[in-house]
Ligand binder design. Structure first.
Ligand code: NCD
Length: 310
């Protein structure tokens, strides 16, 4: 049974819901700036469970920060230091956390993990990344970043998005595409090594035909309004050899490429990065990947508020 209060896939999000999230994130952004990020006592005594079977820096820390800034607190469960190490099942771990907390963020290597988790608790389960499947809250913060940086025109004008890197395994891209499809006219350029191309089932769902490149194609940097970079997901490969073979073919964004890009392009990355963005690009004001992680806290406050207010 699907838990009605869960954020497991991006499929249940409508354009109106997306606008509501943006409005709430703006509210938390503005109030945090006014009170210098001191806690808003909106949900005192509330507890968020952070159940992370895969490594995380930003998703875990920003959910913890978001919950704290709303006046609540978090409990972290990770395999190495919990009964998962003794062989406890995902279901029993989630049942336990469902008793101790008000909502659970789950990151897991299995694509169906969030559905399974939601079936054993009546608390909200938020998918914090499920293998190479989806990462809905990252997609929401990515949309918020695009909105903050490009403005309201995203709701009316044609926006060209260049996705670069591991398009096969990047759950952040998969979820982001489903949300971008809610906008009137998004055009996609996919640049990835041959073996890491966008899955057909996702391409089939796009309103506009996409341009696909397996090595650099002329004009793509010049045309893009958004350049969304990703790392090659090493943990999804069977061997180091296979990983290093595709890594050789990966596109690297550097100052020379950036000199050809639009003056108002934005460069995004969910982070962590490998070598796909040269450090020198960090100084370019069009690189917004560090702002993106800040926007993430406000969007995650909006997500938690939406769930906890019910
Ligand atoms: C991403 C993830 O875990 O999917 N990171 C994140 O959540 N910010 C991207 C990645 O690991 O490459």
């Amino acid at each position: 049974m699907q838990n009605v209060k869960s954020l497991i896939t991006t499929r249940s999000i409508t354009i109106d819901k997306l606008k509501k999230y943006i409005k709430m994130a703006n509210f938390f952004y503005d109030s945090s700036k006014i009170n210098n990020n001191r806690y808003l006592q909106k949900y005192p005594g509330h507890i968020l469970g952070l159940v992370f079977y895969e490594p995380s820096t930003r998703t875990m820390a920003s959910f913890h920060a978001a919950m704290s800034r709303l006046g609540g607190t978090s409990i972290v469960i990770q395999p190495e230091t919990s009964s998962v190490k003794k062989g406890e099942t995902l279901e029993d771990t989630i049942r336990t956390m469902g008793i101790y907390t008000d909502a659970i963020v789950l990151r897991h290597f299995d694509k169906n993990s969030s559905e399974l988790a939601a079936s054993v608790t009546d608390k909200a389960v938020i998918n914090g990344g499920d293998g190479n499947g989806e990462h809905p809250t990252q997609a929401l913060l990515d949309i918020y970043t695009i909105y903050r940086e490009l403005g309201k025109r995203v709701f009316t004008e044609t926006i060209k998005v260049l996705f670069v890197g591991d398009l096969k395994n990047s759950r952040t891209i998969h979820s982001l595409i489903y949300l971008l499809e809610l906008f009137p006219n998004i055009q996609y350029i996919f640049l990835s090594p041959e073996k890491l191309q966008m899955p057909d089932e996702i391409k089939l769902e796009l309103k506009n035909p996409s341009r696909v490149c397996t090595s650099y194609c002329s004009g793509i940097i010049e045309e893009a309004d958004v350049i969304y970079m990703t790392r090659i997901q090493k943990e999804r490969f069977n061997s180091n050899f296979e990983y290093y073979e595709v890594l050789k073919d990966n596109f690297v964004l550097d100052e020379t490429n950036m000199s050809r890009a639009k003056p108002k392009v934005i460069v995004m990355h969910p982070l962590p990065r490998g070598d796909e963005i040269s450090k020198e690009v960090d100084k370019d004001s069009r690189a917004v990947y560090f702002k993106q992680m800040e926007y993430g806290v406000y969007m995650r406050m909006a997500i938690l508020d939406d769930i906890l207010s019910k």
